[in-house]
Design a protein around this ligand. Sequence first.
Ligand code: NAD
Ligand code: IPM
Ligand code: MN
Length: 345
Amino acid sequence: MTPFARRRICVIEGDGIGHEVVPVAVEAMRAAAPDLEFVYAEAGFECFRRRGAAIPEGTWAAIEGADGILFGAISVPSEEVPGYEPVILTLRQRLRLYANLRPTLSPPLPGLRRGVDLVIVRENTEGLYVRTEWGDGGCAVALRVITRGASERIARVAFELARKRKRKVTVVHKANVLKRTCGLFRAAALEVARDYPDVEVEEMLVDAMAMWLAAAPERFDVVLTPNLFGDILSDEASVWGGGLGMAPSLNIGEGPPLAEPVHGSAPDIAGKGIANPVAALLSAAMLLEIGLGRAEEGRKLREAVWEVLGAGYHTPDLPGAEEGEVDTVRFGELVCACLRGEPWG
Ligand code: NAD
Ligand code: IPM
Ligand code: MN
């Protein structure tokens, strides 16, 4: 590794199962790339309740000096909590991480469909996520902001990615109803498409997309979406990869790349030691490979996860033989042993 390698990772476990899956991912990153340095920082709902700030000043300082961020998950109550802002949205917006890459790949698991290999490219900064709402008990309004600049920017990410993959982009929108907002997203994406004549482009209304994603997921390569549609469709797509416990993501843009599983804090299983760490592990691999340009180490980490799954080890959320069932920590130990070339399994 050169002395200039990007190696400082800010670790934010967050809430709930973030405390369980992130330590597994950190250990595996250490095993894959021993020169990495980890700086721990707090953020999330537990932090807000304890310290009065969802992202304390010290966390911003830790992020400032970091080459990349490994993020677990946070809790965001559906009721309004005065002063609490969803941490992950603040980070994406303040760090101008405008693209969220959410891949789904058929894993080596029994009973799961083969041949799914798609990436949802989710716009990360606008749409309904500008979170400007007003109203009273009788009528409420939310602002949906779409700009040409942000739409072209995310479209370029999608088309560039498609060039490295199967050369197909599906533009998802609802321009038949939302003629101004989705209409602008669609128009910007189709204009950018003209610069990529080598990439096949198709457009699809989001309702039909939800159906095709369930019926024939293997027909997709890169799926380009506005913010909220990407949020919803990535949970749906995760089913083909083995569920939410298996779905990784990487946020990229101007600030340090931020890796995070697609899943949330999973309060229903938090504290039980059974959360699937694969989503966090694969997010860490994306951080190395795409975020930090440390392709070889990222690939090694991803392949170790695949090897351990392929050998039949799995947390209880996944299908498979009972004798292969392990808890969160054990799964991580197996991945680390595999990475270090030690005997395992
Ligand atoms: P969730 O993703 O936390 O959980 C949905 C279901 O998937 C649950 O049954 C859970 O047990 C299961 N699941 C999730 N991750 C798993 C894993 N690693 N291994 C095994 N099973 C797993 O979504 P939710 O229940 O709708 O939300 C819970 C909280 O998380 C809410 O407060 C929500 O706002 C928040 N959330 C945060 C993020 C984030 O931080 N990026 C993402 C989604 C939801
Ligand atoms: C995600 C989550 C977040 C989102 C929430 C927790 C704000 O669902 O990362 O997918 O909606 O983006
Ligand atoms: Mn989501």
